[in-house]
Ligand binder design. Structure first.
Ligand code: HEC
Ligand code: HEC
Ligand code: HEC
Length: 445
């Protein structure tokens, strides 16, 4: 009897393995006829804007490397995955990929040879993109300069380095089908939703993920993770001190807003890319997000101005150490009432001082803020080499009490230490000389 059961069990396991193998198997697609070059210039131009909205450059261009040639390490909680070369080089890039192979990779996360791709490549969002837009993206990539450059393989432990397992992940979390417009909403709202949910993959950093690294659909935009930064909620639970409006979202996403400041950390390349696409695309996303956030409650209006107007003197003697650091290191810029270029009226205007997670403030203080290469923008020195973990913790205790009405952050010293661990030792130096010598420190000239 026992033998019979064991046999039945073994058969079941074999059937399951065979079933999974069939599911995981994807055909290799034939190489495209070379060279793939004949594209309508207007299609290429359209593809350029879509690539900017999709942030393809942010992941596929390595620091100091050639455009789209890959190699950039993308950190995940499971290990590091390197973005690949997506230039048309036939050996190391996608030069041999037909449009069909490209579309399959964007929708199903499968490369031309039939290997499953890791969802660090946000194809769970790109699956929403229409055929026409994918054709434009393909035309754009295939007309880039081919660069010979092999991206390093993923650095993942066994069994996560077994690509066929990703078929199981997709079965659970990858939804097929491009974006379906909601007829009850305006054309602009639908355009914004299509861009934000699809190419813009805003949820990748603004929606929490489960243990298998998939976004939790029921917690859409409740706040997420981005390279050890906190991605603030973008729905009705937004803790923004100044409630967002469509106009301020438009300003923030493209450049800088007088009530909220500008994007920093992993959000900075997103907004730098959006500053180069058609205004109507960004306005549509602002319309969509404003609708998601809903109208602010009456008590939130005017709250920030009241907090900003409070005196700087520490409300509690235990906060005096933090106040001294603020007065000595930060007040020259942040207590100027927005007179220093790119600063807002008061730190009370920044969402990050009201959020549950202190990491963005720690990141900004330790690393400082610099504009993206070749752009004008906010400059703040980094204090990694000036302040100890304990001093940064004291400073944050004070900032939280002075510039927000939220409860104190806890366990700050440990959190400062953890953020500091990822910062390369040289990038945190106080760039005083750099700040002084920057000619266009004044906004607009
Ligand atoms: C958040 C980072 C990220 C963004 C943004 C991103 N990619 Fe990727 N992409 C990756 C990673 C990582 C891989 C490799 C995955 C793997 O090795 O399994 C990849 C793989 C690919 C591949 C497969 C190439 C191959 O040789 O197997 C294509 C095609 C691709 N990306 C196109 C794009 C396009 C087009 C965009 C913009 C619309 C884009 N990617 C945006 C991270 C990203
Ligand atoms: C790579 C990760 C990443 C992606 C992708 C991303 N964001 Fe962000 N976003 C962040 C982080 C981190 C912050 C916090 C920046 C800070 O501390 O000031 C942020 C901040 C914001 C804010 C300001 C929120 C507030 O209350 O201060 C808005 C609005 C926003 N993002 C919108 C978007 C939209 C729209 C998209 C998609 C087009 C997007 N983000 C894509 C990481 C990301
Ligand atoms: C040379 C001027 C300068 C100094 C000094 C300075 N900052 Fe800043 N800080 C800025 C600018 C400019 C911004 C960007 C404002 C924007 O556009 O969002 C900024 C942004 C910030 C933010 C918002 C980060 C986010 O997540 O969006 C915080 C918090 C902050 N500073 C704290 C500090 C603290 C604390 C100190 C002192 C240790 C300090 N700053 C010193 C200029 C300065």
């Amino acid at each position: 009897m026992l033998r019979w059961w064991l046999l039945a069990l073994a058969t079941l396991v074999l059937v399951a393995i065979a079933g999974f193998a069939a599911l995981a198997w994807q055909p290799s697609l034939p190489p495209a006829a070379l060279p793939v070059t004949a594209f309508d210039p207007s299609l290429v131009a359209r593809g350029r804007d879509l690539a900017l909205i999709g942030n393809c450059n942010t992941c596929h261009t390595q620091e100091g490397g050639k455009a789209y040639a890959g190699g950039k390490p993308i950190p995940t909680p499971f290990g590091t995955i390197h973005a690949t070369n997506v230039t048309p080089d036939p050996e190391t890039g996608i030069g041999q990929w037909s449009l069909t192979a490209f579309v399959r990779s964007m929708r199903e996360g499968v490369d031309r040879e039939g290997n499953h791709l890791y969802p660090a490549f946000p194809y769970d969002h790109y699956a929403r993109v229409t055929d026409e837009d994918l054709a434009a993206l393909y035309a754009f990539l295939m007309t880039r300069r081919a660069v010979r450059h092999e991206a390093p393989p993923p650095d993942l432990p066994f069994p996560l380095n077994q690509r066929p397992l990703l078929a199981g992940w997709k079965l659970l979390f990858l939804k097929a089908g491009s974006y379906r417009p909601d007829p009850a909403r305006s054309v602009e709202w639908n355009r914004g939703a299509y861009l934000a949910e699809g190419l813009g993959h805003c949820g990748a950093c603004h929606t929490p993920r489960n243990r298998l690294g998939a976004e939790i659909a029921s917690e859409h935009y409740n706040g997420g993770e981005a390279e050890n930064w906190w991605g603030p909620p973008l729905n009705a639970s937004s803790p923004a001190s100044v409630p967002w409006t469509e106009a301020s979202l438009f300003n923030y996403l493209r450049d800088w807003d007088p009530k909220h400041g500008g994007a920093v950390g992993p959000m900075a390349p997103v907004s730098h890319n959006l500053s180069q696409v058609g205004e109507s695309e960004v306005r549509a996303m602002a319309t969509y997000l404003t609708a998601l956030m809903g109208p602010p409650s009456g008590e939130r209006l005017g709250r920030t101005e009241a907090i900003a107007a409070r005196p700087d003197a520490a409300p509690d003697p235990r906060l005096a150490a933090g106040e001294r650091i603020y007065a000595g290191a930060c007040a020259t810029c942040h207590a100027s009432g927005g007179q220093v270029p790119y600063t807002v009226n008061s730190l009370a205007y920044h969402t990050t001082l009201f959020g549950p997670d202190p990491r963005n403030v720690i990141q900004a203080v330790l690393r400082g803020i610099r504009p993206p290469e070749g752009a004008a923008g906010a400059i703040m020195p980094g204090y990694a080499e000036m302040l100890t973990d304990g001093q940064v913790a004291d400073l944050l205790d004070y900032l939280r009490a002075r510039f927000s009405d939220a409860p104190p952050w806890t366990d700050l010293e440990r959190k400062v230490r953890e953020v500091r661990e990822d910062i390369p030792p040289t990038s945190g130096s106080l760039g005083g000389a750099q700040v002084e010598s920057t000619p266009d420190l004044r906004r607009g000239g």
